[in-house]
Every structure is written in C-alpha cells, then in structure tokens.
Design a binder for this molecule. Sequence first.
Ligand SMILES: [Zn+2]
Length: 256
Amino acid sequence: MLTKTEAIVLKAIKYRETSKIVTLYTKKFGKLNVIAKGAMLTTSKFGASLEPMSYILAILYKKETRELQFLSQADVIKSFLELYKNYNKMTIGLAICEMVYRVIKFEEENPRIFKLLVDTLENLNNADKNEINLLWYFLIHLVDVLGFGLNFRNCLNCGEKFGMKNLSQKVVFYPVKGGFLCSRCGAGASENFYSVGTFKSLVWLSGAKIDSVTSLKIDRNINSEIQRLLFDHLREHVEESLNLKSLEIYNKLKQS
Ligand SMILES: [Zn+2]
C-alpha cells in the first residue's frame, strides 16, 4: 500500500553502499523503520530530508508483514535550520529524538506524542534563551502521555495539597509512584531529596504553554536536579538504557 504520512526523522544510518535505514516517528503509524534506497548518493532525490530532527512528509510502500518499509519520497515540511546551527539547540533536539527512539515501541500510533514532538522541536528552533527548559517540558508531558505522569498536586503520605505551609524546606520524590512527600512528611527520609526550587520549577514547566516555556531562567543546580529526577522516574518505567549521548555532550559543554 502506498501511503503518505507526516514524520520526524529520529535516526538515520548508512546501509550497504548507497542506502540509509531511517527511523521515523510518523503521525499515522508511530515509530517505523524505513529503507531509503540511494539516499547516500549525492544525486539522491532525498537530499537533506533524512537528517535527524527533519520534519517531513513521507511517502512509503507499507506492508503489514514487513518490518522494514520502503521510503519512496520525503519532502521537508518545515526546516528547523536553527537546530543545526546552534550547538545547544542541536544537542537538546537530538536528545529528544534519541529519547523517542529508545522509549517508544514500534508501530504504535499516538498523535499526541507526534504533536508534542513536532511542537517541541519547532519551539526549540525558535527559542532564544533557556532552551533546556524545552527538554524538561517534553519529558514531563511524554511521561504523562505514556501513562506514568508526575503528581504535583498533593503529598503521597498526608494527602495535603502542596502550598506555602508544607513546602518549607526539601521535598522527597518517589520515582516509582511519580509523586512527592511534603517537607513535613519527608523530614525523616534519608534519600531522594530535592529542593523546593526544583519542585516549583517542575510545577511551573508542567503548567506552562509551550511558547512561554523558555521564559523561565532556571539555575544550574536546579537544572541538574530536574534532570536527575526526570531520569530516575523514567528508569522506573522504561527498560531501555537512557544514557543519551547528546545530553552528555550538552552537559559537558555547560560545565566547561
Ligand atoms: Zn505530607
């Protein structure tokens, strides 16, 4: 069956002499491996459309019984050129693609994930500061769509709504449950502490509109706590390794 679908290129590897095997996250079919014959040739009709993070309209021959589909044509819908010019943006965008590549199963259609992915890359492309916030935004919403979203509303122990009274010092996070203990209930705990600033930043990021996400300046300590928290949570629910190469590069760049 010849079919058309919007897609984001997650990964492309060379196959034999002249072809590429490309992993797409498609709007219609979810994650899919396709073969692009002749894509390595300079005269290839695919041009630069198969670079990771490309937003394309893909035409493919799809057969239910086949694991690797044939990509017949790929036209760029929107070029996110800034993602390739700016190293911060590139490493964050690639980390997002790598995350989808690892966490999402093949051939499970999910328009919400597709929209989240496209919107996040587009806003990352247009961002002029605090780009990393978009990675946190993406992950907070991704775990939500996957069914293990974070609970920022009330304490796992006493059930009280979070507010001024019970957020005086540190909070404790339980990765398995995706929830928190308030400062009072968590006072005796010996691990998984996070600053109230981290908690508040996460609450803000989870409720923000995507086009205002980068307006919040988050300091370095809080950013590393947010990363630790989100990845601890993901590891409880995902079997694949989450050591994202591009995020490691981003973090090294930020330290130097
Ligand atoms: Zn409590």
